[in-house]
Design a protein around this ligand. Structure first.
Ligand SMILES: Cc1cc2nc3c(=O)[nH]c(=O)nc-3n(C[C@H](O)[C@H](O)[C@H](O)COP(=O)(O)O)c2cc1C
Length: 279
């Protein structure tokens, strides 16, 4: 290991290198000038800056020198791109999970009304394969209603700590009732009851009202081991038309590689092409 030293300095010159540092290698935290002692709020995983470009750093300097060489060369290896987006997505998701970030499978889902008014929210990716990306929700929720009227959808995986994002566009379809039932059974009992108790996205008089509905559902299912799936609840599969892999690189010359589907329905038979987009 090399020398270790805490510093407070302007890191704007090499921030992009830091953004790609390996967990455990660099510790840093926000520390605007004049606030006194270093306040290291993060250890390991490096987060993008918010606000002023000043940070307290605790750095192994010899490691840092080595890392900068390494990160300069790091990007998406175009020569090794798989024929479909799914293997690379699997690799990235695995790497995010390995970095021990909270909610690695969280994604932002954007929907829109038929007249084009957008809305967004976070959900958890629960399954994916060559057919698409699946999440579960209440079909009567805002997103559920919007997708029913307009299946056009976009997903965004915000993997900032690894200077990456993946953006999917496509259309949403309901997963089969069998697949929904299988997933529903795997959820903790409390979550299954909660699905019955919550009219997701509807105004509710107060917390008490919510808890009353939960208690009623819980009492109603007291003798029932295998709680059925509410008919208003289930999965959406986002069948992708494009999948963009974004990797942050130095000098804002990021890699953006977008797969777009040329044929098929997103299932096993589809063929994909890749284009590079300007950052
Ligand atoms: C980390 C995280 C994960 C979430 N996962 C889900 C999910 O898998 N399904 C879901 O319906 N809501 C999930 N939510 C709640 C949604 O963000 C949202 O509040 C809810 O689905 C209602 O959205 P809507 O009114 O736009 O339909 C999650 C929220 C967070 C912050």
């Amino acid at each position: 290991m090399g020398r270790s030293k805490s510093v407070v300095q302007d890191i704007s010159r090499y921030r992009d290198d830091l953004l790609r540092s390996t967990p455990g290698r660099v510790r840093w935290g926000t520390n605007p000038p004049g606030t006194g002692l270093p306040d290291v709020t993060r250890s390991g995983v490096v987060v993008p800056p918010v606000g002023p470009e000043w940070y307290s750093l605790s750095v192994e300097f010899t490691e840092l020198a080595a890392m900068r060489r390494q990160y300069r060369g790091e990007g998406i290896d175009v020569g090794a791109l798989p024929a479909t987006p799914f293997p690379l997505f699997t690799t990235w998701l695995t790497e995010v999970a390995g970095a021990e970030l909270p909610e690695p499978n969280a994604m932002v889902v954007a929907t829109a009304t038929p007249d084009g008014r957008p809305s967004t929210r976070t959900v958890l990716l629960k399954e994916f394969d060559e057919r698409g990306f699946v999440f579960y929700t209440n079909y009567g929720s805002r997103k559920g209603v919007e997708l029913g009227a307009n299946p056009a959808v976009s997903l965004l995986f915000p993997w900032h700590a690894l200077a990456r994002q993946v953006i999917v566009t496509g259309s949403a379809e309901r997963v089969s009732r069998e697949a929904t039932a299988e997933y529903f059974r795997s959820r903790p009992r409390g979550s299954r009851i909660g699905a019955w108790a919550s009219e997701q996205s509807r105004p509710v008089a107060g917390r008490e009202q919510l808890e009353k509905r939960y208690a009623e559902a819980e009492a109603g299912f007291a003798d029932i081991e295998d709680i059925p799936v509410p008919e208003f609840w289930g999965g959406f599969r986002v069948v992708p038309e494009t999948v963009e892999f974004w990797q942050g690189r130095e000098n804002r010359m990021h890699d953006r590689l977008r797969y777009f589907r040329e044929g098929g329905d997103g299932g096993g038979g589809a063929s994909w092409r890749v284009e590079r987009l300007s950052p």
